[in-house]
Ligand binder design. Sequence first.
Ligand code: BGC
Length: 367
Amino acid sequence: MIGINLNFNFRVNDVLNKRPFFLFFSIVLVAGIFPACSRNFKAVLPVQSTPQPNHSDPFQQNRRLGRGINLGNALDAPHEGDWGVVLQADYFRLIKDAGFSSVRIPIRWSAHAGTNPPYTIDPVFFARVDWAVHQALTRNLAAVIDVHHYQELMQNPAANRARFLALWKQIANRYKNYPSGLLFEILNEPNGRLTPELWNGLLKEALAVIRASNPGRTVVIGTAEWGGISALNKLQIPPAEQNAVVTVHYYNPFHFTHQGAEWVAGSDAWLGTTWRGTPEEKTAVIRDLDHAAEWGRVHNRPIFLGEFGAYHKADIVSRTLWTRFVARQAEAENMSWAYWEFCSGFGIYDPVKKEWRAPLLYALIPE
Ligand code: BGC
């Protein structure tokens, strides 16, 4: 586990320093593709008129997540398009047709909400999230929505606590009658001053807020210290909470997966790092994922590998071998997974050529 700790420490400054690295994509993509069709999807969405059952089985829900993909760098950018990705209806169709069963939709709510009580979320942004959720659910893709890149909360948890809870109150209320295929992930990669201890307290408060309007919703709860497997041992979920999936992220070996990543200082020095599936390389992955799976068995919680991926600057053979091995190993451990990510720097789809990067797609979905 030491390896994981080290690796995640390298990420401390990463997201803060992230730059829009495929800016030109946004110029190509932004124009004219904001959907005019959300009304149509609302019409066919199977929104429940009766309250949800008190408990869905989180293990069953986790199987439903199955093989998923992160729609990263879109709604988690400061503004959609800033990082080169604007979601399109066709992306959801492609993802479904390729054989995925879920999408994780990272969302930077904190950039679209008031900074004073009642911290109102911008209605236009809310409608855009509605659209994305409808795109997924109407195609029978389960959808995980999270709170992503809330940097201010990581830097000053006390000052942002009320705002964070107010965001969840609004989100939970808005989607309280949505079908069980919509899952709420409380917070992406708690880190910085949001220590494991503070995170345990905050997640309990957020759960109470969510449960007030969504007694039957499956929630997804991640670990502190950037979502790493090594922080599982510090995670405390109230024992009474029986509808939770636990999520971890996996980017090891970090020097391989994040070589040349613009938002990770010093990562150019790692360019050329390969992963060829030597016995030692495989053993390390098996050991790490088994640690997560074992934690799940001991605590009787299903595990969702909510992010894993290798940046495009690694060679494609290594990326393919690593991606396939991690995905199959996660499946062997009964984990659901979501690859990071669809069409940006780690992407398995080329939005300019409008085609899948076939080796990576088949690594994820072989049959
Ligand atoms: C972050 C992304 C980042 C990825 C890989 C995610 O959790 O939100 O910004 O690209 O991890 O580092």
